[in-house]
Write a protein that binds this ligand. Structure first.
Ligand SMILES: *Cc1c(COP(=O)(O)O)cnc(C)c1O
Length: 370
């Protein structure tokens, strides 16, 4: 069939989320709205009970297993409710009202959102908080004292709003690690077997909103309660192969296309990381060479490769930067509503050439305003 031309502005989408997707994926998605080639029906009208959809779920699980090198004793689930639902579902499953406290890191906006949800279910200990310093850095290992009896440790690998990313794995090997990887999942190789659970919604880096990927070690559910609402019960979801109720068929299909792209077009997560590192390096270099016109928010060692957050000398200049950029075709550069400033998100689907264009634009803007 004839593919519609793609919108050239898609290349310059720096949105924090939902984020940019690879061009070849968008083309296949367009086609699938009319008809998925191997089925002959629109993706929006295919039954979740069809053999075809069962094969989509099976292939997607397999692709995630391959990309993460996942051992056999891990489950892969596709759930709804976003990362936010995991903020509750996790403590509902693992936290006991009268038991020891779960350990949480408070490193930014999103880890902060997880805290009150956990505290509703049982005791929580905040191991470290970056609030006093405006969440502009992450803790060093010397600042973290993990206790031996916590039911689990929870942290966010990449703070999407502040642009802070852990470039190491935290915690003790004898305490289950649970990590919200919503904004850097499948952006870089990950030692998945060091985690008891990883969760990541699709809409930052791997697809549209509507589905959340959960990778979960079987052992984690050994003492899980049996009286949870069915929808919020990992064991029930595992038993139903992620089709407990009508799943988001479209969103799951798009994530499948993205994992195929990662495996076949990119060639795996090491190659993806190489590209992402190059993109981030280019942009941070332009901040560092700007004579303090563009000031990075994050401490240099904790800089995120996914979200580059920075400020200009005044709020007025920031507003002018965003509107001038928009007229030049760059979208999604406004910082998160909670902290303002500028945020350029460099998710997997964003090409290096787009970052080169942004860096040229920024240099030009600086020369006119500094
Ligand atoms: C965006 C984001 C969330 C919120 O996810 P929802 O799917 O909207 O619930 C949670 N965690 C991180 C790290 C995020 O970037």
């Amino acid at each position: 069939m004839n593919r519609m031309p793609t919108n050239p502005l898609n290349h310059l989408n720096f949105s924090g989320g939902p984020g940019v997707l690879p061009e070849s994926v968008l083309q296949q998605v367009q086609e699938s709205i009319s008809a998925v080639p191997e089925v002959g029906l629109s993706i929006l009208g295919i039954s979740h009970r069809s053999d075809w959809f069962a094969s989509v779920v099976a292939e997607l699980k397999e692709n995630i297993r391959l990309l993460l090198n996942l051992p056999k004793d891990y489950h892969v689930l596709f759930l709804q409710g976003g990362a936010t639902q995991q903020f509750s579902m996790l403590p509902m499953t693992l936290l006991k009202k009268l038991g020891p406290a779960a350990e949480y890191l408070h490193t930014g906006y999103w880890s902060g959102k997880a805290l009150p949800e956990a505290a509703r279910e049982g005791p929580v200990r905040v191991l470290w908080s970056g609030e006093a310093s405006g969440f502009n850095r992450l803790p060093t290992n010397d600042e973290l004292h993990f206790s031996a009896d916590a039911p689990y440790l929870h942290y966010v690998s990449n703070e999407t709003v502040e642009g802070l990313q852990f470039h190491r794995t935290l915690g003790r090997d004898d305490i289950p690690r649970v990590c919200d990887m919503s904004s850097d999942f499948l952006s870089t190789p990950c030692n998945a077997k060091d985690f008891s659970m990883i969760y990541a919604h699709a809409q930052k880096n791997i697809g549209p909103a509507g589905v959340t990927v959960i990778v979960l070690k079987d052992q984690l559910l050994e003492d899980a309660p049996n009286n949870l609402p069915g929808f919020l019960d990992y064991k029930a979801q595992i038993k139903a192969h992620s089709i407990y109720n009508t799943p988001p068929v479209f969103a799951i299909y798009v994530v499948l296309l993205v994992t195929r792209w990662l495996l076949k077009d990119i060639g795996g997560l090491s190659k993806m990381d190489k590209i992402n590192t190059e993109k981030a390096h280019l942009l941070y270099q332009s901040l560092d060479n700007s004579n303090d016109f563009y000031k990075g928010h994050a401490a240099v060692v904790d800089r995120s490769k996914m979200n580059v957050v920075f400020n200009l000398p005044t709020k007025a200049l920031e507003a002018e930067f965003i509107s001038t950029a928009l007229s030049a075709g760059f979208s999604g550069l406004g910082g998160h509503r909670s902290i303002g400033g500028i945020r350029a998100s460099l998710y997997n689907g964003l090409q290096l050439s787009s970052v080169e264009k942004l860096v040229d634009f920024m240099e030009d803007f600086r020369l006119h305003h500094q």
